[in-house]
Design a protein around this ligand. Structure first.
Ligand code: PAF
Length: 289
């Protein structure tokens, strides 16, 4: 442990070392932000780190590819693991600490506890990725309890995850403020994601159509078109472009309840699609008239 020079980020791999570092800052009266990640860091993560830095004196970034949030047959083994490059990015951003535990540090023999955020975890991505959000809630609760940060920052790209974490933190009285960061996009609109690395060049050309079609949906909904018609037309466009649709839905941004008819208030369009082997998700807010 310990940074060798200012071009490296201080890195710890155990809960004890993490707690020791955080306690040192606490004794000095400093506040702490945590940005939990699974690595393969991109500009979306960097923007979350910047808001962590704006909100607290010290920034901890965790890098842990959490096995319990991957279902059977999902991409746990293929998930990009780029620790050396990630640590360089953390040094460039000026993070104070990288927390990179191994699986056995997080899940000891006989580990038997799971957190379920009922209702929210079954919707949208939860319907096709059974157990995914229970894995997310469990690891996030553990990371929060390990680091005990003042604030923790999560991206709005994983909007359902964000709602689930906020609910869990309220329900379990975990003393942390959850902040969210807007989705960061490529110039052509594709939401940044570590999984974009799976796209072939041909798929990469098609992928931005997801966001484009969602923006067209938003325009139609804000003009007052009926939600069911707008969704049906968008589904056709997506399928024609080569996407296999997992879901494309209009939901309430607070409860995830379905929104139908003409949109008069605020709502969100949520999409999950597959392009070849890659699963892409996106969501945008809309405001009806
Ligand atoms: O959003 C992610 O990268 C993960 O789901 C998280 C929050 C780091 C938990 O493993």
């Amino acid at each position: 442990m310990g940074a060798l020079d200012k071009n490296q980020v201080d890195t710890v791999r155990t809960i004890a070392a993490l707690r020791e570092k955080v306690a040192e800052w606490r004794r000095a009266g400093e506040t702490v932000a945590l940005v939990p990640t699974m690595g393969a860091l991109h500009e979306g993560h960097v923007s979350l780190m910047r808001s962590g830095q704006d909100s607290a004196d010290r920034l901890v970034v965790s890098i842990f590819v959490n096995p319990t949030q991957f279902g059977a047959g999902e991409d746990l083994d293929a998930y990009p693991r780029t620790e050396a490059a990630d640590l360089e990015k953390l040094a460039a951003v000026g993070a104070d600490l990288a927390y990179c535990p191994g699986v056995s540090e997080i899940y000891s023999d006989g580990f038997a506890t799971r957190i379920n955020v009922e209702g929210l975890e079954d919707e949208l991505c939860g319907a096709s990725r059974v157990g995914h959000f229970s894995g997310v809630a469990t690891i996030v609760a553990k990371l929060l309890l390990q680091a005990m940060p003042d604030v923790a920052v999560f991206g709005e790209k994983d909007y359902q995850q964000l709602l689930i974490i906020r609910r869990m933190v309220r329900d379990l009285d975990i003393p942390v403020e959850i902040l969210s960061g807007a989705t960061v996009r490529e110039a052509d609109g594709l939401a940044l994601s570590s999984r974009n690395a799976y796209l072939t060049p041909e798929e990469r050309n098609i992928a931005p159509l997801l966001h484009k079609i969602m923006l067209e949906m938003a325009d139609a909904l804000m003009r007052g078109d009926d939600a069911a018609d707008v969704v049906a037309a968008a589904r056709q466009k997506l399928e024609k472009a080569g996407f296999a649709i997992d879901y494309l839905e209009l939901r309430d941004g607070g409860t995830l309840a379905p929104v139908t008819g003409k949109i008069t208030g605020v709502a969100r369009i949520f999409a999950a699609v597959r392009l070849g082997k890659t699963r892409l998700i996106d969501n945008i807010a809309i405001k009806g008239r």
